[in-house]
Structure formats: C-alpha cells, structure tokens
Design a protein around this ligand. Structure first.
Ligand code: NAD
Length: 731
C-alpha cells in the first residue's frame, strides 16, 4: 500500500488519490514525494490521459500538512552539511511541484495536460501547497473544512512553494494575512479570498474537476505568461511598495522581531517578488533552510505541536478506566466560576452553578448568555446553540442540586476557612465517587484536602483567567491525591478542549511560581532606577505578550501585595523579596492599584485606555544615569523564570519537562519562539547558562544561584531534552 495511487479512466482522466494507510487524515512524508512524482510522470507520458485530478481518499479532508515530526527532524536527517542537505531536499520538492504546474508544457507553453486539485475538505500546509501548484482548485462545499497555511503558528512558514505561489496569485496584500497570521478559512471564504477557484457540492466534486480538465481549458499559470504583473504591484511599484512598508511595520509591531520565521517569511515574499518565478522558489528555499537551521523552529514544533498534542492525548494519564464527566458542580459564580460553568456547558456537560445568593448565581449564568450573544453576533453561534448551552446550567443556592455530580470544582473566595466549609457541605450531598477539585491559585492542595475525608479524591484544577480564552489548565496533585482523581481531571480538561499539565503540590505550584519572579525582577529594576519602558520592551522583544510591569497592572497591585504579605508570613526570615515589596506597598499606599483603578505603573484615560508610564514613578525612583543594555535586562527577566522552572523540576514539582515547556508558553506566553524554559536553556547550552548564573549572582544576588542540577548538567555539557526527555526530541 502506498500513500498515492492512480486510476486511469476510460474518459481520459487519471485520478491520483492520496490516502495514507492507517491515518484518519493525510500527512506528507519524505517517502511519498517520489511516489507522487512517478504517478505524475506516468500520466503525463500516457497519450490516453487527457487530464489529471489529484484528490484524497479521506472523507472530509484532503490533507493536514507535512508530518511535523519529520520537519522537526529534517535538520538531523540532512547529513553532514545540513544546510546544503536541506536546500537540496527542498529544491527536489520544488521540481516535483513545478512539474505538476508545468503539466508537461514546452518552453513556449504549448502542449501539456491540465491538472485539477479536488479537495473534499480540510487542506492545510503542504495539503494546500500541492493544490496551489495545480491549475485549478475545486473544493467541496463543506463548511467544517479548514483551508490555509498555518505554518507560521508553529515557527516555520510555507516552504513548498506556498509562499511564492500565494503571493503571485493574490498579491502581497491579499496573501499577507493568510501567510503571516496563518489564517484558516472555510471553502466559501477561501474562494472569496481567492485561494480556491471553485466551491462545488461534495457529491459533484470529482465530476466537476474531471469536467474541467476535459474541457480543453487554457491552463498556463499567470506567472508563466509573458508580461505577468503581480496583483497589487511588485515592491518597486508604488502600490506594492506601500504594501511592503505596511507589512514590515505590522510584522515588527506584532512580533517585536522575536520570531525568526516571521522575518524570514517577509524576506522571502519581498525578495521573491523582485525576480522571476523559478528564482523566487530558490529564494524561498534559502529562507526556509535558514528557518529550519534555527533551533527555534524545531523547539517550537516540539512544544507547540508534538508535545502539546501528546499531553492533550493523555501522555501522563494514569492507567485508570475512562472518567468522562457528565455532571459538574461549580461552587462560586464569580469571575472564575462563571467561566468554568461556561466552558463545561459548551462541552455538553450538565452544570450546577452555586453561589451564596440567587442573584449572584444568576449573574454567573448570565456570563454564558453574554458570551453566546457575542458569538451569535460574529456568526460563530446560533440562538439554538445558546438555548441548549443555557439549558445545561442550573444556577442555584441549593446544595441538593449537586446530587449526581461526578466532579465538583470550587472557585469560592481565596480563604482556607471558606473553602473548607464549602468542601464539607458539598461532600454531604454528593456520592462517594465524586471527585472534588479546587481552583485555588495560591493555597497548598494538601492542606485544603484536609477538609475532605477522602483526600485521594481531592485535587487542584487551576484555571487561568479568562477561562474561556486561556488554553492551559494546571492540575495539582496533593500528597494523597489518587490516580482516579488525576484521570478525572485530565479527562475533564480533554472534554473542554484545553491542554493539561499535571504537577505536584508546592508553593504556587508551577506556573505562578515562575511568573512571580518574572514580575518581581521587573519591579526590582524599577527600584534600581532602570527605565520602565526598557523593562517592559525588553520582555516584549523576547516575545512575551506583556512586559512585567504591564502584567502587574493587569492583575492588580493589591493582589501582588496580598501574595507578598502571605508569602512573607509563610517564609519568615528566608523571605527574599523585600526590595520588591517596597515598591509594591508604596504603590498600594498611593492608590495605584492597576488597570482596575485606572491608575498603576501606567496612567489610563477615562475609558481605561493605557497611556504612558505614571510620572510619579520616576519622581520616586529616578532613572539611573547609566541604563543597562537590553540583553542584560532580558537575561535577568529570563533567568528569573527559567531557574524557577529548573528548581521545580529538581524538587519534583514538575515530573516532565514537556509540561514545563508547554505550560509556560500557554499559561503566560513565555517566549514562544524558544519552545519554553527548558528548550531555551537547551538552545543557549547548560555550560553558558551556568556561567551566566554565576555572573548574575555576583551582580544581583543569590536568587540567581545556579541550581545543583543545572551545574551538574553544565559539567557534563548535557541538554534537558537529552537527559529528561524523549531522546529523539533532543536537539
Ligand atoms: P470572585 O470573588 O470573583 O468569586 C468568588 C465567588 O464565590 C463570589 O461570587 C462569592 O459570592 C462566591 N462565594 C464565596 N463564598 C461562597 C460560599 N460559601 N458558597 C458559595 N459561593 C461562595 O473570585 P474569583 O476571581 O472568581 O476567584 C475564585 C477562586 O479562583 C479563588 O480561589 C482564586 O484564587 C481562584 N483563581 C482566581 C484567578 C483569577 O485570575 N481571578 C485565577 C485562578 C484561580
């Protein structure tokens, strides 16, 4: 069985069908390219064949793209001179696609055979790049299908001619959002955007494609005709020039220059637009080689695709029978409880949403109604879907309604006394099997579990705010949490279509443990006289969505002050953050509580729009005459976080570095281009990391002390993925 097969019909059409054995969706492998090429050669050489249709044997999809496991390993597979090996491999792929695109025509565009792509549905990445090389793209009218080039989302760009062809087909302006944002469309929208040529009823797909190839169409690609002009103008045309100026500004504004693939893509588009088509393909291949040679691309693919998916599929799930949740109780209908009820009902679960007063419970439920209304306005939901979702939520004050719940998640006030009382009351009404979870962000799970007589059925399920937007859920195992509770939490997270990490109980668990030092390092620098703009921009240029000072404003200064007081009380003399508290407590005293007070590190206008940094800050902490350089600030911010991640691993809070990397990117936007804290340390290398720790310790204090684990790894020149990961994933 091969991935591509061909059937030549009596009607003169050769139908090449892509159907990878054993997969629900086609993905391209290295071995499949020559098979496709042989079939195309055969059909082009056969006089009985008048035209070719390339389609898929999978219902509802053409292809999901290149096998990303292969892309992540391409560099290693490319031999002793990997850059040359990659370039040769890419040029070979281009020659096969170019053969399809030329369809056997001679230099004068004479002869040849038309080739149509017939897409039954989803066509992503290489699954769209092959059709783009064909002469006409037919897509079945399947509204669930997604068509596009999402490569940029995992740190690469379309490198099988997709970049060059889409820019020539749509112009730089039309192609840019599809390439730079990885935007996917359903078939009808893909037609409006000009990506596909025809949308036809699913049961007529092959017939329509055949009809077209037999209609003796002219099929020379515009860019193979003399006098071709790019839609919207090439870079030196006044209109094209403006597009490129705008696109460069947009990319740099959005990525702050932190994502190598976005820069490389833009270069391939710009430089490719200046030269003839075949040279443009070569330029695209050079930039693609450049991206694949950059460790960022394999780290991003590893974390954002391969390992994220592995965690979602239960890589660390205990071997316990299916624990699908049918009825969930949500205690507390505040900001978090309302969001938890929403995502649970959206996943089809029955939800009992409880608060102290009926109007509070109702208000929590109305959050779902508002959310669905917004969806209806944007065409993403229907009245019917709204009604069905709301029907699943019972908002009440009556604990008896919890009967039959197999999972209860508590999101009441962050107070151990209140939480203990709620836990006890819930356990009186639910069945013996019910798993009880707390959404606490700071209280130790093992302590809270004491309120239950079944601590093996007690667990932390820590959501991030806003619940419906944030993709990560951190599951926390208390000392006595049993495997069924872990499986239940993981199955629940799978039901609500989010990504789980499961960590052991310790102060601030994993995510907040790393985020707090990031924020604190930023605040410390303010006290030292570092310009706030330098601090926040240094973070943004590392790819963080918001700098540390802006982040405190978003989460609120008083929350920071509350956490600082509680931590200080718990740690006593060991408490290391007095310098941070000085700033935080002073800001709190000044009423600068952050965005919610319209006053924090930033000033805000009456509509809540962020203005510049608050002048009072500089009055209190004047800027030092000599400012540190950008890299020095960035290293402080990065090391503050990654050393905490290493300590969490060393202490057994983290059991799997994949969770540390995926969790960091999804929970707080840790420099996604790096693949996460452990991937970043692997990129810079453990010996250099240990050396930097020593320098930072000397310059800034003991919080940068190199953890023993990292020191030992530095001595052996080890990487995290080699030592703790799957050997095959080590860079
Ligand atoms: P909130 O103040 O918005 O909501 C708490 C709700 O619990 C209120 O509606 C309150 O009336 C209700 N409540 C209090 N006591 C109750 C009782 N005895 N029975 C029933 N309902 C009761 O708070 P929130 O921001 O939603 O946080 C809730 C929990 O989630 C806290 O433990 C918090 O640490 C945690 N958390 C918050 C965030 C966040 O960003 N806000 C993120 C992760 C976790």
């Amino acid at each position: 069985m091969t991935d591509f097969t061909m059937e030549k019909g009596a009607d003169g059409v050769a139908v090449i069908t892509w159907d990878v054995p054993g997969k629900s969706m086609n993905v391209m492998s290295m071995e499949a390219w020559p098979v496709l090429e042989d079939l195309v050669d055969d059909a082009l050489a056969d006089d009985a064949v008048k035209g070719i249709v390339i389609t898929s044997g999978k219902e509802g999809s053409f292809a999901g793209g290149m096998d990303l496991n292969v892309i992540a390993k391409m560099k290693e597979m490319a031999g002793d001179n990997p850059a040359q090996g990659l370039m040769d491999g890419l040029m070979n792929m281009h020659s096969i696609l170019r053969k399809i695109e030329r369809g056997g025509m001679d230099d004068k565009n004479k002869g040849g055979k038309p080739i149509a792509a017939a897409l039954p549905g989803t066509a992503l990445g290489i699954g769209l790049e092959i059709p783009l090389a064909c002469h006409r793209i037919f897509a079945a009218d399947n509204p669930k299908a997604k068509i596009g080039l999402p490569e940029i989302m995992v740190g690469i760009f379309p490198g099988a001619g997709g970049t060059t062809r889409l820019v020539r087909k749509l112009g730089a302006m039309g192609a840019s959002p599809l390439l730079l944002e990885g935007k996917l469309n359903d078939p009808k929208k893909a037609k409006t955007a000009g990506v596909v040529d025809e949308v036809v009823p699913a049961d007529e797909l092959i017939a329509k494609a055949k009809e077209w190839v037999l209609s003796e169409p002219s099929f020379v690609k515009p860019w193979d005709e003399k006098g071709y002009k790019m839609p919207g103008g090439a870079p030196y045309h006044p209109a094209g020039f403006m597009t490129f100026v705008g696109a460069s500004a947009m990319v740099n504004g959005k990525t702050q220059g932190a994502f190598p693939a976005a820069k490389a893509l833009l270069s391939a588009v710009y430089e490719g637009a200046l030269v003839p088509f075949d040279t443009a393909l070569k330029i695209e291949a050079r930039w693609f080689t450049n991206v694949l040679m950059n460790p960022s691309s394999s780290a991003m693919i590893r974390s954002l695709f391969i390992n994220k998916e592995a965690l979602e599929k239960g890589a660390n799930r205990p071997d316990v029978p299916e624990q699908t949740v049918k009825k969930v109780g949500v205690m507390g209908a505040g900001m978090m409880g309302a969001g938890i009820a929403l995502v649970s009902a959206m996943a089809g679960m029955q939800v009992v949403l409880i608060d102290q007063k009926q109007d509070a419970a109702d208000k929590g439920k109305s959050y779902t109604a508002d959310y669905m209304d917004k969806g209806i306005k944007r065409g993403k939901a229907t009245e019917e879907k709204k009604e069905n979702t709301l029907d699943l939520i019972t908002a009440t004050t009556d604990y008896a309604a919890l009967e039959g719940c197999d999972l209860v998640i508590e999101a009441v006030f962050e107070d151990p006394g209140v939480k203990a009382e709620v836990t006890k009351k819930v356990l009186e009404v639910v069945g013996d099997d019910c798993i009880f979870a707390t959404n606490t962000s700071t209280l130790p799970i093992t302590e809270l579990a004491k309120a239950s007589d079944k601590p093996e059925q007690f667990i932390g399920i820590h959501f991030f705010s806003p619940v419906e937007k944030m993709m990560l859920v951190e599951i926390i195992k208390g000392k006595e949490t049993g495997p069924r509770a872990v499986a239940k939490a993981l199955d629940y997270v799978r039901q609500i279509k989010k990504t789980p990490i499961a960590v052991n109980d310790a102060r601030f668990f994993y995510c907040n443990r790393c985020i707090i030092p990031y924020i604190n390092e930023g605040i410390r620098m303010v006290a030292e006289g570092v310009a706030p703009a330098l601090i926040d921009n240094a973070a943004r240029q590392l790819g963080f969505p918001v700098g540390p000072l802006q982040l405190v404003d978003e989460t609120s200064i008083d929350l920071g002050a509350k956490i600082a007081r509680a931590t200080k009380e718990a740690m006593g003399d060991d408490y290391p953050d007095a310098a941070v508290d000085e700033v935080i407590f002073w800001m709190e005293g000044e009423g600068r509580l952050g965005r919610k007070a319209n006053a924090g590190f930033f000033d805000y206008d009456e509509k809540g729009k962020r203005q510049g940094y608050w002048a009072g800050l500089e009055e209190k902490y004047p800027h030092a005459e000599e400012q540190p350089d950008l890299i020095a600030v960035q290293h402080r911010l990065m090391f503050a976080q990654v050393l905490e991640a290493v300590r969490a691993l060393e202490e057994g809070v983290l059991e799997d570095i994949r969770e540390g990397d995926v969790g960091a990117i999804l929970a707080w936007g840790f420099a996604p281009w790096s693949g996460g804290p452990f991937s970043w340390l692997d990129i810079i290398g453990s010996p250099y990391a240990a050396e930097r720790c020593d320098q930072l310790t000397e310059a800034h204090g003991a919080r940068f002390t190199c953890p023993d684990l990292l020191r030992e790894m530095a001595e052996k020149n080890q990487s995290f993925y080699r030592r703790f990961g799957n050997e095959a994933q080590a860079a």
